[in-house]
Design a protein around this ligand. Sequence first.
Ligand code: CP
Ligand code: NVA
Length: 311
Amino acid sequence: MFAPDQILKANSPDLLHDLDLTTDELVYLLDLAAQVKESPAAYARALEGRNIAMLFEKPSLRTKLTFELAMKQLGGGSVFIEGPIGVREPLKDVARNLDRWTNGIVARVFRQTTVDDLARWSRVPVINALSDLYHPCQALADMQTVREHFGELRGCKLAFIGDGNNVAQSLMLTSLRLGMDFALGCPQGYLPDPDIVTQAEGLAAVTGAHLAITHDGAEAVAGAHAIYTDVWTSMGQEQEAVERRRAFRDYQVNDALFAQARPDCVFMHCLPAKRDEEVTDSIMEHERSVIFDQAENRLHAQKALLLMMLT
Ligand code: CP
Ligand code: NVA
């Protein structure tokens, strides 16, 4: 049990991308998330009197509700607003209003620069709740899920099949940082950002975890403990849907691909999923699908994060 005075203060005031969390902080957060999951009542007043503002430029089910519930269950509160940030008034004014009323800002944005700018102007911590480049809260909950399932992350392999964008980039950085091998199987033209790949290679060199990026899905999933996928068309890319369906058609997670991983391999998806595009219904409903454990862990992992960033 972490006593209130053992709650770690974050090194970085913000969580704008995965590298804002040190390895020690990640391990600490996973331990705290497990503790909060086991004994939620022990933390029922931990954030009493504290509030967050949630600014969402895009829709959300899991992220919005789990942040709201996390604050409520920790004794605090939240306010929510959906719409473009920095249009009705400059972003720097929005940030300097919010930091007078709240203890933190959680923002879901189209461009990473929006969340970076909020942090630049705000005196309270800013948490990235999904941008074009990263989804660090998702990666944290996913590490908790893999660790629950396999006991530890080091020595495990996560294979991501699909678009090398936000979710894949956060998973790549976070899994390698924690010593878990990461393989990405994606079509030509949908590779991750080269700068983020360079950071990932640096992490792999330090932790000894293996990074592979390939256009061959079967090669990516060989020996995998977890196969992960995400939608082919992310929010804001709807006009590219037809072209993307064509580009990704050989990258569906289906029974044939799943059978090429380890016999105890689990299926993961951040959700929402588009059945029979990136994944078949049979895999979504498979006995080794852990998608709802991931969704549940969003709540616990974010509670740990809020405890670390707001206390
Ligand atoms: N996985 C995830 O972030 O879900 P939402 O888009 O519903 O928040
Ligand atoms: N890649 C998806 C993730 C949704 C949680 C998107 O950006 O829409």
